[in-house]
Design a protein around this ligand. Sequence first.
Ligand code: ADP
Length: 503
Amino acid sequence: MGTDYNAVPTVHFKAPEIKFTKLFIDGHFVDSVSGKTFETIDPRTGEAIARVSEGDKEDIDLAVKAARRAFDHGKWPRMSGVERGRIMMKLADLIDENVEELAKLDSLDAGKLFGMGKIIDIPHCASLLRYYAGAADKIHGETLKMAREFQAYTLKEPVGVVGHIIPWNYPSTMFFFKVSPALAAGCTMVIKPAEQTPLSALFYAQLAKQAGIPDGVLNVVTGFGPTAGAALSSHMDVDKISFTGSTEVGRQVMVAAANSNLKTVSLELGGKSPLIIFDDADVDKAVDLACMAIFVNKGEICVAGSRVYVQEGIYDEFVKKSAEKAKSWTVGDPFDPLVAQGPQVDKNQFEKVLKYIDYGKKDGATLLTGGKALGDKGYYIEPTIFTDVKFVQEDMRIAQDEIFGPVMSLMKFKTIEEAIEKANNTRYGLAAGVVTKDIDIANRVSRSIRAGSIWINCYFAFDNDAPFGGFKMSGFGKDMGMDALDKYLKSKTVVTPIYNSPW
Ligand code: ADP
């Protein structure tokens, strides 16, 4: 099977029953105040999977009130870290028990590979919960001697009511990137999943209740960005917003926070990440890595290696082999275990990617392979590679803008200095990759690239313990690692006089 694969749903599987479609506020599933609902769409067909409650400002108000009550008067922020951790472990176990159903929901909603969801995405959510559960009882401040007759200590307190605004490309992983450290810190929260992918978030709300997370601690309001999302980021009683999504919306979230109560904000935004491949690389392995870095999850990954710089000595061989690899990349039903790439998440994204492919052609890049939509229904696009892509900002839109689709821009370079300069010539700074056997080159490139994650001879190598987040217009504030726990804590300094100290 190649890219001429008949890209329509081909696999007969038992569709999961859609059990949860209402807002989850204060421990209960409820209709939205307006009674409105919206369709969530299966990108394999463009048809509706289910209707889900459409939350708006009034629903966000109710959810924030519940979260505020749970924070100001409830048990969650006051119980011991050990006890919070125990409940989070229980939630992780419940996720493990429901892996299959949760993976199906994300595949249906987002067109993600079911096999990958079952083995990687959903188990990773349980693992994130366990990682932060283990940290919940290890949150502590410092003792400060101070000058003269005072001493002080710092308390690490939960930041309060948190609003999490979640994207659609990794509906489960992004949910737990944010929810797990916030729960460990003792925060309460309102989660606004992306309108394209609300189903798994509502399932997690039910599991959270079953695990024993008290009512009001974890609320989920499904709905649209400009209404429910904006109401959350401009709410006067929300203490922090943790956002993952586009740079454009991240800016709006920050403005809303500034114009309301100056809540703190952390933003994980877009990227245009470079992958730099030097002459001494094993070309076959480098081609595999480059294709994986852009085509996995149909290019709907903020860290996708969308700009590939190849040194001139291996460039021609690399071009030939990457075209072959892209042509053999199977596109089709994400429930088919032989398929490597499912449909783009929705019609908007599908059209946006095709528009950028068109820009590439118009701006003078050479279409090496792919470039077309596939099948007569659903949102499938061929893995696409452009060569002769110019890097200078004003030259080509495909070299500068985040496309968020399976489109690789291939460029040639001569020297390490040129590679570094080109790689840094972007407004983004999320991630970068370097492929070389020379440790000095690898070290020099790693130190020179302004990006939050650098992968040497690998790509997409994530770990719970490794902080992830961008530089420049890719945002600020890390997910994962102890850095992420710190985002949900604030430091209070308590000072006391000390009399007749011998020291
Ligand atoms: P993408 O461009 O990848 O679809 P977005 O940045 O539009 O990503 O969406 C990410 C999340 O932000 C979604 O949950 C979406 O509903 C939400 N969102 C969109 N617009 C706004 C807004 N104006 N204020 C707050 N949240 C928003």
